[in-house]
Design a protein around this ligand. Structure first.
Ligand code: AAT
Length: 292
Protein backbone atom coordinates (compact mmCIF):
# COMPACT_ATOMS: atom_id res chain seq x y z
CA UNK A 1 0.00 0.00 0.00
CA UNK A 2 2.81 2.39 0.88
CA UNK A 3 4.41 1.67 -2.48
CA UNK A 4 1.17 2.34 -4.32
CA UNK A 5 0.81 5.74 -2.68
CA UNK A 6 4.40 6.56 -3.52
CA UNK A 7 3.77 5.80 -7.22
CA UNK A 8 0.60 7.92 -7.44
CA UNK A 9 2.56 10.77 -5.92
CA UNK A 10 5.55 10.71 -8.20
CA UNK A 11 6.15 14.43 -8.87
CA UNK A 12 6.95 13.66 -12.52
CA UNK A 13 3.35 12.45 -13.09
CA UNK A 14 1.27 13.38 -10.03
CA UNK A 15 -2.04 11.60 -9.56
CA UNK A 16 -1.52 8.90 -12.12
CA UNK A 17 0.12 5.53 -12.46
CA UNK A 18 0.32 2.67 -14.90
CA UNK A 19 0.20 -0.96 -13.79
CA UNK A 20 1.45 -4.20 -15.24
CA UNK A 21 0.47 -7.56 -13.84
CA UNK A 22 3.49 -9.21 -12.20
CA UNK A 23 3.83 -12.91 -13.02
CA UNK A 24 7.07 -13.40 -11.12
CA UNK A 25 9.68 -11.23 -9.44
CA UNK A 26 13.06 -12.20 -10.91
CA UNK A 27 15.37 -9.80 -9.08
CA UNK A 28 15.11 -7.15 -6.39
CA UNK A 29 18.08 -5.24 -5.01
CA UNK A 30 19.44 -1.87 -4.03
CA UNK A 31 22.54 -0.13 -5.35
CA UNK A 32 24.05 3.04 -3.89
CA UNK A 33 21.98 4.95 -6.48
CA UNK A 34 18.58 3.29 -6.80
CA UNK A 35 16.28 0.34 -6.25
CA UNK A 36 16.54 -2.20 -9.03
CA UNK A 37 13.63 -4.50 -9.84
CA UNK A 38 13.19 -7.03 -12.63
CA UNK A 39 9.97 -8.97 -13.08
CA UNK A 40 8.18 -11.11 -15.60
CA UNK A 41 4.93 -9.37 -16.61
CA UNK A 42 1.82 -10.94 -18.08
CA UNK A 43 1.81 -8.97 -21.33
CA UNK A 44 5.13 -7.11 -21.86
CA UNK A 45 7.68 -9.83 -21.11
CA UNK A 46 10.47 -8.97 -18.66
CA UNK A 47 10.48 -5.46 -17.17
CA UNK A 48 13.32 -3.39 -15.66
CA UNK A 49 12.23 -0.76 -13.11
CA UNK A 50 14.50 1.66 -11.24
CA UNK A 51 13.03 3.29 -8.13
CA UNK A 52 9.68 1.90 -9.23
CA UNK A 53 9.81 3.55 -12.69
CA UNK A 54 9.71 1.36 -15.80
CA UNK A 55 12.90 1.79 -17.83
CA UNK A 56 12.26 -0.91 -20.41
CA UNK A 57 10.22 -3.97 -21.25
CA UNK A 58 10.92 -6.81 -23.70
CA UNK A 59 7.91 -5.87 -25.79
CA UNK A 60 8.40 -2.14 -26.38
CA UNK A 61 12.13 -1.51 -25.79
CA UNK A 62 12.55 -1.53 -29.59
CA UNK A 63 10.68 1.77 -29.96
CA UNK A 64 12.81 3.72 -27.47
CA UNK A 65 16.25 2.22 -28.13
CA UNK A 66 15.96 2.25 -31.92
CA UNK A 67 14.64 5.82 -32.07
CA UNK A 68 17.10 7.35 -29.57
CA UNK A 69 19.97 5.77 -31.53
CA UNK A 70 19.06 6.04 -35.19
CA UNK A 71 17.49 9.53 -35.07
CA UNK A 72 20.96 11.03 -34.43
CA UNK A 73 23.16 8.47 -36.22
CA UNK A 74 21.13 8.53 -39.45
CA UNK A 75 21.21 12.35 -39.47
CA UNK A 76 24.98 12.63 -40.08
CA UNK A 77 27.18 11.00 -42.72
CA UNK A 78 29.31 8.08 -41.42
CA UNK A 79 29.37 8.59 -37.63
CA UNK A 80 32.66 7.32 -36.15
CA UNK A 81 32.97 8.24 -32.47
CA UNK A 82 29.87 7.82 -30.33
CA UNK A 83 29.24 8.34 -26.59
CA UNK A 84 26.32 6.88 -24.65
CA UNK A 85 25.32 8.33 -21.26
CA UNK A 86 23.31 5.91 -19.07
CA UNK A 87 22.01 2.96 -21.08
CA UNK A 88 23.55 0.33 -18.77
CA UNK A 89 21.18 -2.32 -20.15
CA UNK A 90 23.17 -2.29 -23.43
CA UNK A 91 20.20 -1.80 -25.78
CA UNK A 92 21.49 1.45 -27.28
CA UNK A 93 24.92 -0.16 -27.78
CA UNK A 94 23.21 -3.00 -29.69
CA UNK A 95 21.58 -0.41 -31.95
CA UNK A 96 24.78 1.62 -32.52
CA UNK A 97 26.54 -1.58 -33.60
CA UNK A 98 24.34 -1.64 -36.75
CA UNK A 99 26.36 1.33 -38.06
CA UNK A 100 29.45 -0.07 -39.75
CA UNK A 101 31.09 3.38 -39.94
CA UNK A 102 31.36 3.57 -36.14
CA UNK A 103 34.91 3.04 -34.84
CA UNK A 104 34.54 3.59 -31.09
CA UNK A 105 31.65 3.56 -28.64
CA UNK A 106 32.20 4.98 -25.14
CA UNK A 107 29.50 4.36 -22.56
CA UNK A 108 29.28 6.05 -19.16
CA UNK A 109 26.76 4.40 -16.82
CA UNK A 110 26.67 5.29 -13.14
CA UNK A 111 25.30 2.01 -11.79
CA UNK A 112 27.29 -1.24 -12.05
CA UNK A 113 24.30 -3.15 -10.65
CA UNK A 114 22.14 -2.22 -13.66
CA UNK A 115 24.85 -3.51 -16.00
CA UNK A 116 25.26 -6.77 -14.06
CA UNK A 117 21.59 -7.67 -13.68
CA UNK A 118 20.81 -6.82 -17.31
CA UNK A 119 23.57 -9.24 -18.35
CA UNK A 120 21.71 -11.93 -16.40
CA UNK A 121 18.12 -11.15 -17.39
CA UNK A 122 18.19 -9.21 -20.68
CA UNK A 123 20.70 -11.00 -22.92
CA UNK A 124 19.08 -9.50 -26.05
CA UNK A 125 20.04 -6.04 -24.78
CA UNK A 126 23.32 -6.66 -22.96
CA UNK A 127 24.64 -8.28 -26.15
CA UNK A 128 25.54 -4.67 -27.00
CA UNK A 129 28.48 -4.85 -24.56
CA UNK A 130 30.08 -7.68 -26.55
CA UNK A 131 30.94 -5.41 -29.48
CA UNK A 132 34.73 -4.88 -29.49
CA UNK A 133 34.28 -1.17 -30.26
CA UNK A 134 32.66 -0.60 -26.81
CA UNK A 135 34.60 0.94 -23.89
CA UNK A 136 32.72 0.93 -20.60
CA UNK A 137 33.22 3.68 -18.00
CA UNK A 138 31.34 3.18 -14.75
CA UNK A 139 30.75 6.56 -13.15
CA UNK A 140 28.77 9.78 -13.11
CA UNK A 141 28.29 11.27 -16.57
CA UNK A 142 28.73 14.80 -15.22
CA UNK A 143 32.26 13.94 -14.08
CA UNK A 144 33.03 11.91 -17.22
CA UNK A 145 32.11 14.76 -19.56
CA UNK A 146 33.99 17.34 -17.50
CA UNK A 147 37.15 15.31 -18.11
CA UNK A 148 36.58 14.30 -21.72
CA UNK A 149 38.65 16.02 -24.42
CA UNK A 150 37.15 18.79 -26.53
CA UNK A 151 35.68 18.19 -30.01
CA UNK A 152 35.82 14.40 -29.83
CA UNK A 153 32.44 12.87 -30.57
CA UNK A 154 30.35 12.76 -33.75
CA UNK A 155 27.29 11.84 -31.68
CA UNK A 156 26.30 11.71 -28.00
CA UNK A 157 23.20 9.79 -26.90
CA UNK A 158 21.84 10.59 -23.44
CA UNK A 159 19.79 7.54 -22.47
CA UNK A 160 19.21 8.60 -18.90
CA UNK A 161 16.51 8.16 -16.31
CA UNK A 162 14.12 10.87 -15.15
CA UNK A 163 15.69 13.94 -13.51
CA UNK A 164 14.99 12.80 -9.95
CA UNK A 165 17.81 10.83 -8.36
CA UNK A 166 21.15 10.26 -10.11
CA UNK A 167 20.06 11.91 -13.38
CA UNK A 168 19.07 15.25 -11.85
CA UNK A 169 22.00 17.23 -13.18
CA UNK A 170 21.59 15.80 -16.67
CA UNK A 171 18.91 18.35 -17.60
CA UNK A 172 20.83 21.41 -16.39
CA UNK A 173 22.76 23.96 -18.42
CA UNK A 174 26.31 23.11 -17.22
CA UNK A 175 25.77 19.52 -18.35
CA UNK A 176 24.66 20.58 -21.85
CA UNK A 177 27.69 22.88 -22.04
CA UNK A 178 30.05 19.97 -21.37
CA UNK A 179 28.23 17.93 -24.03
CA UNK A 180 28.60 20.72 -26.57
CA UNK A 181 32.31 20.94 -25.71
CA UNK A 182 32.80 17.20 -26.21
CA UNK A 183 31.13 17.21 -29.66
CA UNK A 184 33.01 18.02 -32.86
CA UNK A 185 31.63 20.96 -34.90
CA UNK A 186 28.44 19.68 -36.58
CA UNK A 187 28.28 16.78 -34.09
CA UNK A 188 24.87 15.78 -32.75
CA UNK A 189 23.17 15.12 -29.41
CA UNK A 190 20.06 13.01 -28.87
CA UNK A 191 18.68 13.36 -25.36
CA UNK A 192 15.81 11.49 -23.71
CA UNK A 193 13.29 14.34 -23.39
CA UNK A 194 10.25 13.10 -21.46
CA UNK A 195 6.62 13.45 -22.55
CA UNK A 196 4.93 16.30 -24.37
CA UNK A 197 1.72 15.30 -22.52
CA UNK A 198 3.26 15.72 -19.06
CA UNK A 199 6.42 17.79 -19.08
CA UNK A 200 5.90 20.92 -21.17
CA UNK A 201 7.90 23.15 -18.83
CA UNK A 202 10.82 20.78 -18.55
CA UNK A 203 10.93 20.40 -22.33
CA UNK A 204 10.69 24.18 -22.83
CA UNK A 205 13.60 24.67 -20.42
CA UNK A 206 15.69 22.03 -22.16
CA UNK A 207 14.89 23.52 -25.59
CA UNK A 208 15.89 27.02 -24.60
CA UNK A 209 19.11 25.84 -22.93
CA UNK A 210 19.98 23.74 -26.00
CA UNK A 211 19.24 26.50 -28.54
CA UNK A 212 21.60 28.77 -26.61
CA UNK A 213 24.27 26.14 -26.11
CA UNK A 214 24.49 24.25 -29.41
CA UNK A 215 23.72 27.05 -31.90
CA UNK A 216 23.03 24.56 -34.74
CA UNK A 217 19.58 23.08 -35.37
CA UNK A 218 17.49 21.96 -32.36
CA UNK A 219 14.33 19.85 -32.72
CA UNK A 220 11.91 17.85 -30.59
CA UNK A 221 10.85 14.40 -31.82
CA UNK A 222 8.67 11.77 -30.19
CA UNK A 223 7.58 8.16 -30.37
CA UNK A 224 4.95 5.95 -28.83
CA UNK A 225 6.24 3.74 -26.00
CA UNK A 226 3.23 2.16 -24.24
CA UNK A 227 4.94 1.46 -20.90
CA UNK A 228 6.35 4.98 -20.37
CA UNK A 229 4.19 7.53 -18.52
CA UNK A 230 1.51 8.87 -20.92
CA UNK A 231 2.56 6.26 -23.48
CA UNK A 232 4.90 8.59 -25.32
CA UNK A 233 8.50 9.73 -24.98
CA UNK A 234 10.37 12.59 -26.60
CA UNK A 235 13.88 13.12 -27.89
CA UNK A 236 15.76 16.38 -28.10
CA UNK A 237 17.99 16.52 -31.16
CA UNK A 238 20.69 19.19 -31.23
CA UNK A 239 23.51 19.90 -33.66
CA UNK A 240 26.59 21.83 -32.64
CA UNK A 241 27.50 24.82 -34.77
CA UNK A 242 29.49 23.67 -37.82
CA UNK A 243 28.52 21.73 -40.94
CA UNK A 244 24.70 22.06 -40.98
CA UNK A 245 22.57 19.06 -39.99
CA UNK A 246 19.02 18.52 -41.26
CA UNK A 247 17.46 16.14 -38.74
CA UNK A 248 14.17 16.08 -40.63
CA UNK A 249 15.54 14.25 -43.66
CA UNK A 250 18.09 11.54 -42.75
CA UNK A 251 21.24 11.81 -44.86
CA UNK A 252 22.42 8.35 -43.74
CA UNK A 253 19.30 6.17 -44.16
CA UNK A 254 19.33 2.89 -42.26
CA UNK A 255 17.86 0.98 -45.19
CA UNK A 256 21.01 1.74 -47.20
CA UNK A 257 23.43 0.43 -44.55
CA UNK A 258 24.55 -3.08 -45.41
CA UNK A 259 22.71 -5.60 -43.20
CA UNK A 260 21.65 -2.96 -40.63
CA UNK A 261 17.96 -3.86 -40.63
CA UNK A 262 18.58 -7.54 -39.89
CA UNK A 263 21.92 -7.73 -38.00
CA UNK A 264 21.38 -9.49 -34.63
CA UNK A 265 17.84 -8.78 -33.53
CA UNK A 266 15.87 -7.40 -36.52
CA UNK A 267 14.91 -3.71 -36.44
CA UNK A 268 11.29 -3.61 -35.30
CA UNK A 269 10.30 0.04 -35.04
CA UNK A 270 12.64 2.50 -36.74
CA UNK A 271 12.68 3.23 -40.47
CA UNK A 272 13.16 6.38 -42.53
CA UNK A 273 9.43 7.12 -42.58
CA UNK A 274 9.21 6.83 -38.77
CA UNK A 275 12.26 9.14 -38.57
CA UNK A 276 10.52 11.85 -40.60
CA UNK A 277 7.21 11.34 -38.80
CA UNK A 278 8.83 11.68 -35.36
CA UNK A 279 9.28 15.43 -35.88
CA UNK A 280 5.63 16.05 -36.71
CA UNK A 281 4.01 17.54 -33.58
CA UNK A 282 0.37 17.84 -32.54
CA UNK A 283 -0.99 21.39 -32.62
CA UNK A 284 -0.85 21.89 -28.84
CA UNK A 285 2.78 20.77 -28.68
CA UNK A 286 3.73 22.93 -31.66
CA UNK A 287 2.20 25.92 -29.94
CA UNK A 288 3.93 25.20 -26.64
CA UNK A 289 7.34 24.28 -28.02
CA UNK A 290 7.65 26.38 -31.16
CA UNK A 291 8.82 29.57 -29.50
CA UNK A 292 11.88 27.85 -28.06
N1 AAT B 1 17.70 2.05 -21.99
C1 AAT B 1 16.94 2.03 -20.80
C2 AAT B 1 16.39 3.29 -20.47
C3 AAT B 1 16.75 4.12 -19.50
S1 AAT B 1 17.97 3.63 -18.42
C4 AAT B 1 18.71 5.04 -17.77
C5 AAT B 1 20.07 4.73 -17.15
O1 AAT B 1 20.71 5.98 -16.82
C6 AAT B 1 20.04 3.91 -15.85
O2 AAT B 1 20.75 2.72 -16.03
C7 AAT B 1 20.73 4.84 -14.82
O3 AAT B 1 21.50 4.14 -13.88
C8 AAT B 1 21.57 5.73 -15.71
N2 AAT B 1 21.96 7.02 -15.10
C9 AAT B 1 21.19 7.83 -14.32
N3 AAT B 1 21.90 8.90 -13.91
C10 AAT B 1 23.14 8.79 -14.44
C11 AAT B 1 24.33 9.58 -14.37
N4 AAT B 1 24.37 10.72 -13.64
N5 AAT B 1 25.43 9.17 -15.05
C12 AAT B 1 25.40 8.03 -15.78
N6 AAT B 1 24.31 7.23 -15.88
C13 AAT B 1 23.19 7.60 -15.22
C14 AAT B 1 16.05 5.43 -19.44
C15 AAT B 1 14.56 5.33 -19.53
C16 AAT B 1 13.87 6.65 -19.47
C17 AAT B 1 12.51 6.55 -18.81
C18 AAT B 1 11.73 7.80 -18.90
N7 AAT B 1 10.59 7.81 -18.02
Amino acid sequence: KANKLQYYNNPMWPGETHSLKVEKILYQGKSPYQEVLIFESLTYGKVLALDGIVQLTDKDECAYQEMITHLPLCSIPSPKKVLVIGGGDGGVLREIARHGSVESIDICEIDQLVIDVCKDFFPDLSVGFKDPRVRLHVGDAVEFLRNSPEGTYDAIIVDSSDPIGPAQELVEKPFFETIARALRPGGVLCNQAESMWLHTHLIQDMLSICCETFKGSVHYAWASVPTYPSGAIGFLLCAKEGPPVNFLAPINPIEKLEGAMTAGRDIRFYNTEMHRAAFVLPTFAKRELEAY
